[in-house]
Write a protein that binds this ligand. Structure first.
Ligand code: G1P
Length: 271
């Protein structure tokens, strides 16, 4: 069973400036609730029991969001407002399962994952990138059942317009297992159109094996001077570790760019 999830949240959020000069992007509201809550709800519904949030000193506001007990208790005592007590109950539900670790230098997703090393108990764990919202179908739940079926690591994937490949991690298929699952031959971070091995993009849901930490310990900086999880995954693939690309059923919303964030807000409010 996959019981632990990690969520990297220490990125600077430059694609959402100027909002992110004062608010962590994951707390920006999407139809009245922070984007991060959608991600946590997805985890809880998928049966995850512990979520490790990787934050930084600059993004301590994320921690405060979940640790405002005194404030809530005082307000609830004074106001006796049903809505406020329900919101507090919801926060307590999240608080029970989350843990914080720090990544104070934004060195990349791979480096963020490495910070969780000593907390991961089982052989596999889930990682969710909060910029990627997936609605209508619980993608984490799908990934967990793919992992169970094939006893394999899994990455969520989506067919993208070939012109946009340099925005994503792109993988080459070794074998098509069925219409939505593909055995991966290799994966490359943000390739040029010329170098892209396909139009299959990695989206921010991963089931990773514990062995990834060994690779991350030695992982050198890649594209843009960052330590990429994609590069460590490629090392595992070279060691013959099985990775499956899973084309998920839900609808993908990109909340990590200003344009995408605005579109996502409109899309979710119509739900
Ligand atoms: C990250 C990954 C990339 C993946 C993408 C999905 O990129 O490095 O491989 O395709 O998430 O959203 P980022 O969005 O951090 O640039």
């Amino acid at each position: 069973m996959i019981k632990q999830a990690i969520i990297p949240l220490a990125g600077l959020g430059t694609r959402l400036l100027p909002l992110t000069t004062v608010i962590p992007k994951e707390l920006l509201p999407i139809n009245g609730k922070p984007g991060l809550e959608y991600i946590l709800d997805e985890c809880i519904e998928a049966g995850i029991k512990e979520v490790i949030l990787i934050i930084s000193n600059k993004k301590k506001m994320i921690r405060s969001y979940f640790q405002n007990d005194l404030f809530y208790k005082k307000i609830i005592k004074e106001k006796k407002d049903k809505r406020i007590s329900n919101e507090y109950k919801k926060i307590l539900k999240y608080k029970k399962i989350i843990k914080f670790v720090y990544q104070n230098k934004p060195l990349g997703t791979g480096d963020a994952v490495l910070k969780t090393k000593k907390f991961i108990k089982d052989n596999f764990f889930l990682m969710l990138l909060p910029d990627d919202l997936i609605i209508r179908n619980n993608c984490s739940k799908e990934m967990i059942s793919v992992h169970k079926k094939y006893k394999s690591s899994v990455m969520a994937s989506m067919n993208v317009d070939k012109k946009t490949v340099s925005r994503w991690g792109i993988f080459k298929i070794r074998k098509k297992l069925n219409n939505s699952n593909f055995l991966i031959d290799n994966v490359i971070e943000k390739p040029s159109v010329k170098k892209a091995p396909s139009n299959k993009a990695v989206i921010g849901r991963y089931i990773l094996p514990k062995e990834i930490f060994k690779k991350l310990n030695k992982q050198k900086k890649g594209k843009g001077g960052e330590i990429h999880i994609t590069d460590a995954i490629q090392k595992l693939i070279l060691d013959k570790k099985k990775f499956i690309g899973h084309n998920f059923a839900g609808k993908y919303l990109d909340c990590g760019t200003m344009n995408g964030y605005i579109k996502s807000t409109i899309r979710i409010s119509k739900k």
